[in-house]
Design a protein around this ligand. Structure first.
Ligand code: ME8
Length: 660
């Protein structure tokens, strides 16, 4: 038997300074879709993901959490790994940059680069924050530290440098000889002109960071971020013994556009310097945006995957992420669009076609898929349309055109709906002729549904497995070979499986409220692990998550980060479906803000109008029960039930005055 062709793909190795949001989920979902697709095309596939665990941010976060770095990253890696598992996105290899096998690989790669003459020692001069113990990238003399706001100092330290400048020509030659290495094409042009503009040597070690992989025999040098992180792709599949595993070079690195330069310039250069094989392709997708700005932990505008998966199922989220945005471009995330697509494409589309086909077979043929004696022209036309869609869908998947692949598949679902509407099997009698006709119609529909199920499987693994067993087809849908898929392979005269709920229709408002309520709960300080909050705090994330424990003392500079002002309530109203919340508009001097406050059970809206309150004005906005809240009203929490009592002023104060 010929051995299978291999396919090795990776997601980025994510930072441990927070938990996965929709952005990380997007890359990982795409990797999983490609993995499933390639397996169905007969490849032996390995998919790697992991956690990027070194550096100053981790040092700080661990300090904040009061635990050693190693314990901090171990807990975070467990969080990431178990969430991927819960979402059905567990990779074949999960690499942590603190793994011994990774440490060895980084040290080995460095040794090769050094032996080949591409590493030298020199001095690095940059702006350094002595309070945070970190160089501030891109800062000039006189700039303040963006984290703590204190002045930076110009510091020179000894570093190892990588001779990136020597790779300008080799890289440009490589891009020319491998025109599909950088995808999409627009990104390739960007990178080519960046490299044409000249490459500076790169500092790849630090002596001011403790939490990193040591450079053997050169302590206190530790490897600096990218030399360490990128090498994880190689350590996941054997490191120095990569030839034994047979997976390297990677066939596909999937990344967001934010890190394309590291993957298409630094990474191939490191590998060329070590004389190791270079990956075949780097695909940089766009960003998921929230209100037109990039979702990120530090802005506090992240969408979490778990509440969506709990409410609508993971397949719905996978479908939305791939269908909504052209792969490669930026796209906006909205719960509204998510639930709309769920109801229209999944509940009314695939779900409805499967359940009505099964119900008609049940009713007319005692649940056995009929075998027709003859076919009509319109049956053959649908067969032909489906057959020609197969090749088209495979090509689109292969080209990473997921939205178009799904569009073609859903085109078939639409065609089947139309076919049923015009053939009206429900209007036919039980005469022999009519029964024959019903057999032809229902077996045609069932065959189309089988093909749709196979084609949609990489994107909708759970629900297509259900449809497969509903159709009583043998084996498992994931074992179907895509290249052998043809019209006419439906196993007929088999008994249908048990009907299972596929995509129950949901009420949009209610679904969104429930997703948001779950998301708020997950983001609340009580719910998420303390280490995640310490991580968010250390990296500048706003919100309650960053609040220190009650007993912990903070410095004046921490207090100064909270901006509080006198506000005056202009309007107040109840929120339908949220009995604890009031929606307020509050004048804070410079603008009118909409703020939700959990005081509805204790304050009458009308009685609040005109009242002066203390408002936290620099909290990141968030949605409460679907309503945006941009700020927080300060209240005392009184008694065991935590009754809110609004903070106020005995003397007249100017609206907008700052509280200090
Ligand atoms: O950069 N939209 O880790 P990271 C789409 N550790 N994708 C998004 C996204 C968004 N809003 N936000 C994040 C690192 N991503 C390094 C990588 S690799 C050797 C080292 C995805 O945790 C996207 O894939 O910041 C992006 O490139 C990645 O998460 C960044 O993850």
């Amino acid at each position: 038997m010929p051995t299978k062709e291999k396919f090795y793909l990776t997601t980025p190795i994510y930072y441990t300074n927070g938990l996965p949001h929709i952005g990380h989920t997007y890359t990982t979902v795409v990797a999983d879709v490609v993995r499933r697709f390639k397996r169905m095309r007969g490849y032996e596939v390995v998919m790697t993901t992991g956690t990027d665990e070194h550096g100053v941010n981790v040092e700080r976060a661990a300090k904040k959490a009061g635990i050693p770095e190693s314990e901090f990253v171990a807990r975070m890696a467990t969080e990431w790994r178990s969430l991927w598992y819960e979402l059905g996105l567990n990779a074949d290899e999960f690499v942590r940059t603190t793994d011994l096998k990774h440490v060895r690989t980084v040290q080995w790669l460095f040794k090769l680069c050094r032996e080949n003459g591409y590493v030298y020692k020199d001095h690095y001069t940059g702006q350094y924050c002595i309070y945070d113990n970190a160089f501030v990238t891109d800062a000039k003399p006189g700039d303040n530290c963006p984290d703590c706001g204190r002045p930076t100092e110009t510091v020179t330290e000894e570093n190892y440098f990588f001779k990136l400048s020597a790779f300008q020509k080799p890289l440009l030659d490589f891009y020319r000889k491998n025109p599909t290495f950088i995808q999409p094409e627009t990104r390739k042009n960007e990178i080519v002109s960046f490299v044409e503009g000249g490459l500076k040597d790169l500092s790849i070690t630090r002596t001011t960071i403790r939490w990193g992989i040591p450079v053997p025999g050169e302590e206190p040098h530790v490897f600096y971020v990218w030399f360490d992180a990128l090498t994880a792709y190689l350590s996941a599949v054997g490191g120095p013994e990569y030839e034994r595993r047979g997976m390297w070079p990677a066939d596909l690195h999937l990344v967001g556009k934010d890190i394309i330069r590291f993957h298409t310039v630094y990474w191939p250069a490191f590998l060329m310097a070590a004389m190791l094989p270079v990956p075949k392709q780097v695909w940089a997708h766009g960003w998921f945006l929230m209100d037109a700005s990039k979702m990120s932990k530090s802005k506090g505008n992240v969408v979490l995957p778990r509440p969506i998966a709990n409410m609508l199922g993971m397949d719905a989220l996978r479908y939305f992420l791939l269908r909504e945005v052209v792969f490669g471009q930026d796209g906006n995330f909205s719960y509204d669009a998510l639930v709309t697509r769920y109801n229209s494409d999944l509940a009314n589309g695939l779900g409805n076609l499967a359940s009505r086909t099964a119900a008609m077979i049940e009713k007319n043929f005692a649940g056995r898929i009929p075998k027709p004696a003859a076919r009509a022209r319109q049956d053959d036309a649908l067969a032909k349309e489906t057959q020609s869609a197969i090749g088209e869908v495979l090509e689109r998947y292969e080209n990473m055109e997921f939205a178009r692949a799904l569009e073609t598949i859903w085109g078939l679902i639409g065609a089947a709906d139309k076919y049923l509407t015009s053939e009206q099997p429900w209007a036919l009698s039980d005469s022999e002729v009519d029964t024959q006709r019903k057999a032809a119609i229902l077996s045609t529909t069932a065959e189309l549904l089988r093909i749709v199920t196979v084609l949609a499987h990489p994107v909708l693994p759970e629900s297509t497995a259900k449809v497969w067993s509903l159709l009583g087809q043998p084996g498992s849908v994931s074992d179907v070979e895509l290249d052998g898929l043809r019209w006419g392979q439906l196993a007929a005269e088999v008994q249908l499986g048990k009907a299972q709920a596929l995509f129950p229709r949901v009420d949009k408002t209610e679904a969104i409220e429930r997703i948001e309520a779950m998301a708020n709960e997950e983001q609340s300080p009580q719910a998420a692990p303390a280490v995640a909050h310490a991580a968010a705090a250390a990296t500048g994330s706003t919100g309650a998550a960053a609040a220190p424990a009650v007993s912990e003392r903070i410095g004046i500079e921490d207090f100064a980060k909270v901006e509080m002002r006198v506000g005056q309530i202009k309007t107040a109203e109840r929120i339908v479906g949220a009995d604890k919340l009031l929606k307020l508009t509050v004048d804070i001097g410079t603008e009118i803000r909409q703020i939700c406050a959990g005081i509805a059970q204790y304050y009458e809206p009308q009685a609040l109008i005109g009242r002066k309150v203390a408002v936290v004005t620099n909290l990141a906005p968030r949605k409460l029960r679907g309503v945006e809240s941009n700020g927080m009203i300060i209240a005392a929490s009184v008694g065991p039930e935590g009754r809110p009592v609004l903070a106020g002023f005995h003397e007249d104060v100017e609206v907008g005055a700052r509280l200090k």
